[in-house]
Design a protein around this ligand. Structure first.
Ligand SMILES: Nc1ncnc2c1ncn2[C@@H]1O[C@H](COP(=O)(O)OP(=O)(O)O)[C@@H](O)[C@H]1O
Ligand SMILES: [Mg+2]
Length: 361
């Protein structure tokens, strides 16, 4: 019998103190009357540990031997684990280090330095994609459509004359997970623009990316594989049908993370998105080109918006996108006939193939 492939499932999770999550507090009234809306999803957050356990059992189901390990934000733990264990490949779920998303790339660099094969994007891709203005410049240089924009580093660079058309959306340049993106991020006047840019510069201590706001549909295009095998999956759409009038139709921070916020329950994924075949193919072509431009590997997700004229705009390319079951990429894989375990296996096999090719070079 061939030896079982050993996959190290590495993640970085610093547990929060019990009771720090508002949904833990049993004194909060969670009835629709008290909330002011009818919840669509569960009101309880799924603990991160549970997500990792699901990935682990799907990998086991796919036939791998799995060693799960929480690096707990400590380099010695990562170092010792890799020195001690005989593993074939790391399934890299580490998204930040030292509490900083910018240091995600350092962990990937370390795998490269110690020559351990790993799933997902290399450090340079993680770095480029993290910086939204830079990623947009890369997309533009490949003639890929992305909303018109400007980047502001200091308030003294702020000009009241600019060529962008309102409404605009102001984003922290290097956040993800919708950090700093909420209803107030969308501005329709110079005064509101100035004040939101000021807020981002001060509170996030990073540049402000000001983009034209694309009113319309939101599409997520997942991409699997590399080189000849790179392929786009069926498109997943975030629908905003029941979003109340006072909220913009965006996937805000609250929509992603706060089960007690109405937006969380009014941003509902639907897959495959109902689109004309030619539009689906166009979005998939753009996603393939965009992931190649940024140099993602094994799996990625491209976020797009489509305006009323059917024009597509790339908002961002996500290397190593969230894999929890029920999210964009897992849903798209399922629509393509890939169960969760098949999706994970495809990712592992493409990382192993790359490692084999490297050995032969
Ligand atoms: N230019 C834009 N036009 C319309 N909506 C946008 C625009 N930029 C961002 N959004 C909304 O904000 C969400 C998060 O923005 P995104 O650029 O994807 O950042 P993140 O890395 O935080 O996911 C998007 O999913 C979308 O709903
Ligand atoms: Mg996004």
């Amino acid at each position: 019998m061939p030896r079982q492939t050993v996959v190290a499932l590495l993640y970085n999770d610093i547990p929060t103190a019990p009771g720090s999550d508002s949904t833990d507090d049993s004194s909060v009234d969670l009835s629709p009357e008290a909330l002011g809306f009818t919840p669509y999803f569960d009101l309880e957050d799924i603990p991160a540990e549970e997500e990792y356990a699901k990935i682990e059992s799907a990998l086991v189901e796919a036939g791998y031997k799995v060693a799960s390990y929480n690096i707990k934000d400590r380099f010695e733990r990562l170092f010792k684990f890799l020195a001690r264990r005989k593993i074939d490949v790391v399934f890299n779920l580490v998204e930040f280090f030292h509490g900083r998303p910018e240091e995600e790339m350092l962990v990937a660099s370390f795998y490269d330095l110690v020559e351990v094969p790993y799933t997902g994007a290399p450090p340079i891709t993680l770095a480029n994609a993290q910086n939204k203005p830079l990623a947009k410049s890369i997309l533009r240089s490949y003639e890929l459509p992305t909303p018109r924009s400007m980047t502001i580093r200091h308030m003294d660079e702020f000009r009241s004359r600019h060529s962008l058309r309102y409404p605009l959306i102001v984003k922290p340049a290097c956040e993800d997970g919708s950090g700093g993106i909420e209803n107030a991020s969308i501005v329709t006047s110079l005064k509101a623009l100035r004040s939101r840019v000021e807020f981002v510069l001060q509170d996030f201590k990073m540049d402000a990316l000001v983009e034209e706001y694309i009113e319309g549909r939101e599409l997520n295009v997942a991409v699997l594989g590399n080189g000849e095998k790179r392929r786009a999956l069926p498109i997943s759409e975030i629908t905003f049908e029941d979003m109340p009038e006072h909220l913009y139709k965006i996937v805000s921070f609250q929509a992603k993370w706060d089960p007690l916020h109405e937006a969380y329950h009014k941003t509902i994924p639907s897959c495959p998105a109902s689109l004309p075949k030619s539009k689906t193919e166009e979005a998939q072509r753009l996603a393939l080109k965009a992931t190649e431009a940024l140099g993602t590997r094994d799996y990625a997700r491209v976020d797009m918006r489509m305006n009323a004229k059917g024009e597509l705009f790339i908002l961002e390319v996500n290397p190593n996108p969230n894999l929890s079951e029920g999210t964009g990429i897992a849903r798209s894989a399922e629509a393509a006939g890939l169960k969760f375990k098949d999706l994970l296996q495809t990712i592992v096999e493409s990382a192993l193939e790359r490692a084999k090719r490297r050995q032969m070079d």
